[in-house]
Design a protein around this ligand. Structure first.
Ligand code: GAP
Length: 453
């Protein structure tokens, strides 16, 4: 299938049909820009996060993990510049009463005439752009008068900066070193659409890398390359990834340089991850506001400085969307259409399916069940005995299961089963006794997508 024919509608439909992602609060009519994740969505999201954490923490010596609170002291957001600077320019239409991002009018639909963009019809009556803060406010404490107004965090990064001293002391690391965190962020986004690309709440995978100031530029380049390699390693096609440096007027309030890793989503090239050179902006701002010196002190060397920060910040949900889009494929096999998610085995939610060919046959079902029990101890496996075998294969193809094992009448004669490869559709007979080892070995092999670039 020509990859450019992968539409967002097809992804939304598959995600819903197979229970990866549902609209949130659906029985009440749904809530714009909010989604819930079903079984396969959760498993796949967990895989994305696990691969990121492995690459950041398990495979390196210079990064430690952190899990900070979602609700922080309100002064954190004043010091970080988010109260004044974390805004979008918005315009309202006095005629259709809709609100639009002033910098994205060309992508929005006019409320009165959806074939036009806001401002393009005679009845459009747009206000001047106004700055609208993206943080969700909340209140701590039950008593109105004594409560404390604060925000749900719009990025996990600030939880890392305010813990810099704690972590640096306990981790006994000297710059360059990093702190990695995965957690939810919340933004009052007013641009709906594009499925889970931009939502009100989402999971972020952020790593703040603290470096000697003179090394910041080199580390910035290093992390752009490192993060690009991560997406390639887990199967995203190189032709669908690119790096784009921000123009000066796009930079966030804290950044002196940012590059986005962009993916060619169905709606066009869009940000997948941002890598920012934050300089000493955050540590200096919190030092000044809190009175606690957030700096690196090496008494042996007589060194003292505020480290600069290089930050790769990725979205879990947006990565999941990119993995799904990149993996989605349709083909005709034996004159029947097949939809398949050609996911990297380490990203696929289920690794292997066990399918008894004739479930009514107690001996076949028993052998299949025993094999499934053996496999599930090692990997996420699924046992499926409902419906025709063709339908069962198709279900597994649509959720991206790399291997399916079929137990049939021949198994009862010679103790062999069939292993079917999701991508090539090749089927091979292997001894049932060695099936677990074969599956684990195949899952560990290098994988490249068979989809053309
Ligand atoms: N601390 C840096 C930071 O917050 P960002 O570019 O605003 O940077 C990082 O966010 C990543 O989080 C983005 O590249 C994107 O993948 C994801 N992200 C941001 N806003 C999002 C939203 N509203 N919905 C889903 N993902 C989002």
């Amino acid at each position: 299938m020509n990859s450019d024919a992968v539409t967002m509608e097809k992804i939304v439909s598959l995600a819903r049909r197979r229970g990866f992602v549902f609209p949130s609060s659906e029985i009440y009519g749904g809530l714009g820009s909010s989604y819930d994740y079903g079984h396969y969505g959760v498993l796949m999201k967990e895989n994305v996060k696990a691969r990121w954490l492995e690459a950041m923490v398990r495979e390196r010596d210079d990064i430690v993990a952190l899990d900070s609170s979602i609700i922080l002291h309100p002064r954190v957001w004043e010091a970080s510049g988010h109260v004044t600077g974390f805004t979008d320019p918005l315009v309202d239409c006095r005629f259709c009463k809709l609100r639009f991002r002033a910098d994205q009018l060309g992508e929005a639909q006019c409320g009165a005439k959806p074939s036009k963009h806001p401002g393009e019809t005679e009845s459009c009556d747009l206000t001047e752009p106004r700055h609208f803060n993206l943080m969700f406010s909340t209140r701590i404490g039950a008593v109105e008068e004594t409560g404390l107004d604060t925000y749900l965090r719009p990025e996990t990064a600030q939880g890392i900066f305010v813990n810099f001293k704690n972590v640096a002391q306990i981790a006994r690391r000297k710059p360059p070193f990093g702190i990695a965190q995965i957690g939810k962020g919340f933004r009052n986004e007013i641009t709906p659409g594009n499925f889970i690309f931009r939502t009100l709440e989402f999971e972020m995978m952020e790593m703040e890398f603290f470096v000697p100031p003179a090394e910041a530029e080199d580390w910035y380049r290093y992390w752009i390359e490192e993060r690009m390699q991560w997406y390639l390693r887990f199967g995203i096609r190189e032709s669908h990834l690119r790096v784009r440096a921000h123009e000066a007027d796009e930079l966030s309030h804290y950044s002196s340089a940012t590059s986005d890793i962009e993916y060619l989503f169905p709606m066009g090239w869009s940000e997948l991850e941002g890598i920012a050179n934050r300089g000493d902006y955050d540590l200096s701002a919190h030092t000044e506001a809190s009175g606690t010196k957030l700096e690196w002190v090496d008494s042996e060397m007589g060194e003292r400085y505020t480290p600069h920060v290089v930050e790769p910040a990725a979205g879990v949900n947006r990565s999941l969307l990119a993995f799904m889009v990149d993996a989605y494929d349709e083909e005709v096999v034996a004159e029947r259409p097949r939809t398949v998610l050609r996911l990297h085995p380490e990203i696929a939610p289920v690794k292997v399916a066990v399918l008894p060919l004739i479930p009514r046959n107690a001996e076949i079902a028993g052998r299949a069940r025993a094999l499934y029990e053996e496999l599930r101890r090692a990997v996420i496996a699924e046992y499926d005995d409902s419906g025709q075998i063709g339908r069962r294969y198709r279900r597994q193809d649509e959720i991206g299961t790399p291997f399916a094992l079929t137990i049939d009448e021949q198994t009862l004669e010679d103790d062999t089963i069939t292993i079917r490869d999701r991508d090539s559709l090749a089927q091979e007979r292997i001894p049932i006794s060695g099936a677990r080892a074969v599956v684990l070995d195949k899952l560990a092999q290098d994988w490249r997508t068979p989809k053309p670039g």
